[in-house]
Write a protein of this length. Structure first.
Length: 590
């Protein structure tokens, strides 16, 4: 009976003792920046801890939950600091260790304002996250920490960038140094490779890929070498026998437990029956015989979640039931439902097989899917992620554009089309009801716009009527005219004798009352002209809007009539020619 505890994933077995203690993936960041223009389909977050798709045991669940780090910025550089000499981060305090790390790196408080230094109590390590490459290199060069006048040796190395995956290639010449390996593997023939690192002095090399896809083969110079997915082992300390950390960072090597039965500080004559804490088998915890000593890679877990989400969507489309959330009981990370739905929907489009094609061929594109006796197609791995994604989406979208008309029957007569009908592409025939053209959304939209234009025209007419009424109630008063009254009795003007000298001109004496009345009339005329111009401008603007509304209405009306006539012509069958029928009848009678 197969249980969920047995998980088989394709990859190579890498022990923790085989990992080299080099500078890490410090050169992979610069290479990845130069190739950031390549569009790859990848989730936006990196894995935190050792979550797995299958249902783990309670020990693994507690170990995973406790070793999970907080969410760090994806664009930061991350440096792992592994203390030695029995330094216990939990007892010493991570704040004191962080201050000692900053001092050992030679950085000031102002330079580390944007840095994040957090501990992992279970693994007994420190993680420094910084957006500055200079600070990352400074952390990477730290070799010792001074805490309470005691010097502790540490091993610092750069972690792999976010949204990357690791593969393992075997049987590489051990005499090749790091520079020669980089020259042979990091080349244009391997476009997604951004870094390589040898596993100590062995013939195995870890290859770092940009994106969450590991190809089946890698070019190493002129040779084509098989590449398999890298699987990380669950950390087990051979000094104290506890899970979660390795022997080089063990905080209490003198306080050990038995890896077989869990007895504290056993002696040499200790007798026990071994039982693994991970799988419950009759062997030591996390030994080579344990089937659960390897962690399921992040790529595999993401694809499993995507497949589960796709199946729930298909069940929802077929039965109408509520789809399962993308993050089921096997997922340990709490996220918002909207973010999870968008990410898994994109991953489902990338990994889902196109309709109408053999599922085995599409499954062959998933390199990390483990199955005994199964070999993925090598041709599919040579394609770029963008190309494969665009092809799969294009096929699915082209099939989804096929329209079909189906009339749902009443509830008492039975349910709608079954799942078999959906798969076969068959639906029930339309036997009655309203024709489909009357439910056309375009016609309904045009009718709504026509009604809206009619309402606007009525409003414009009402405004014009109000303006006319306003001009009737407040008519423009004509300007007052000046009346000149002549005196009945002529006025005697003395006449002076003519003189040789011409007299000087005199100012005309104007009556003050006449001048004031003229000024008043002038101002009234000016006010009347201004009010009249304002009224005329408003009427003109209203008429312009009315004309524009009428023209738009006529255009929409013509378009609606053309659309309806076109629909009617399609439905009405062609009438037979009466003249031809008469000629045919006469010919038959003759």
């Amino acid at each position: 009976m197969a249980t969920a505890m047995q998980v088989t994933v394709e990859g190579e077995d890498i022990g923790p003792a085989e990992i080299s203690e080099s500078a890490g993936w410090i050169t992979a960041f610069s290479r990845r920046k130069s190739t950031s223009s390549r569009q790859t389909l990848q989730p936006c977050n990196v894995p935190r801890g050792a979550n797995e798709g299958a249902a783990p045991a309670s020990v693994r669940k507690r170990l995973t939950a406790a070793s999970r780090l907080p969410r760090l910025p994806t664009e930061h550089f991350r440096v792992i600091v592994r203390p030695r000499g029995g330094l216990d981060i939990k007892k010493t305090g991570h704040f004191k260790i962080a201050q000692a790390l900053i001092a050992a790196a030679g950085l000031t408080s102002g330079e580390v304002e944007e840095d994040v230094i957090c501990p992992n109590m279970i693994q007994n390590i420190m993680v420094a996250s910084t957006p500055s490459e200079r600070n990352a290199k400074a952390y990477n060069t730290v070799a010792s920490l001074i805490i309470d006048n005691v010097t502790y040796e540490v091993n610092a190395y750069m972690a792999a960038p976010n949204n990357t995956s690791k593969g393992v290639i075997r049987h590489i010449d051990p005499t090749l140094d790091q520079d020669e390996l980089t020259r042979l593997i990091v080349q244009p023939r391997n476009p997604t490779v951004i870094g390589v690192r040898r596993i100590k002095s062995t013939s195995s090399v870890i290859v770092l890929f940009d994106g969450l896809k590991v190809p089946e083969c890698v070019k190493c110079g002129p040779s084509l070498v098989k590449c398999s997915l890298y699987r990380r082992q669950t950390d087990i300390c051979y000094a104290c026998g506890r899970l979660g950390h390795r022997a080089d960072v063990c905080p209490s090597p003198e306080d050990g437990i038995c890896r077989g039965c869990g007895t504290s500080n056993p002696d040499d004559q200790h007798n026990y029956s071994p039982q693994c804490a991970l799988c419950g088998g009759n062997h030591l915890t996390a030994s080579r015989d344990c089937k659960r000593r390897f962690q399921v890679p992040y790529v595999v877990r993401q694809r499993r979640r995507a497949r589960r989400y796709q199946k729930s969507q298909e069940a929802h489309d077929s039965t109408g039931a509520e789809p399962l959330p993308p993050n089921s009981a096997t997922s340990r990370r709490s996220r918002s439902s909207e973010t999870r739905g968008n990410r898994y929907r994109v991953l489902a489009e990338d990994n889902s097989p196109s309709p109408g094609r053999a599922s085995s061929k599409d499954k062959g594109r998933s390199v990390s899917r483990g199955r005994k006796g199964y070999k993925p197609d090598s041709r599919s791995n040579g394609r770029s992620p963008c190309r494969s994604r665009s092809r799969s989406i294009g096929r699915s979208s082209s099939r989804s554009r096929k329209l079909s008309v189906s009339i749902q029957e009443p509830a008492e007569q039975g349910t709608g089309p079954t799942w078999a009908d959906r798969v076969k592409g068959q639906t029930k025939k339309v036997t009655g009801g309203t024709p489909p053209e009357h439910s056309n959304t375009r016609v309904a939209q045009l009718e709504k716009e026509n009604a809206l234009l009619k309402r606007e025209m009525q409003q414009l007419r009402a405004e014009i009527a109000e303006l006319r009424n306003a001009t009737k109630h407040n008519p423009v008063q004509p300007p007052t005219t000046l009346q000149y009254v002549e005196d009945e009795a002529p006025m005697e003007v003395p006449v002076e004798e003519a003189s040789s000298e011409r007299p000087a001109k005199k100012r005309v004496i104007v009556d003050s009352a006449c001048s004031s009345s003229a000024m008043k009339a002038k101002s009234e005329i000016k006010d009347a002209i201004e009010s009249l111009s304002i009224t005329v401008g408003a009427i003109k603007a209203t008429l312009d809007g009315l004309v524009e509304g009428f023209s738009s209405l006529s255009l929409r009306h013509d378009e609606l009539e053309k659309h309806i006539l076109l629909k009617e012509k399609r439905l009405v069958p062609p009438r037979p020619n009466r003249q031809r029928l008469h000629l045919a009848a006469s010919s038959t009678t003759s």
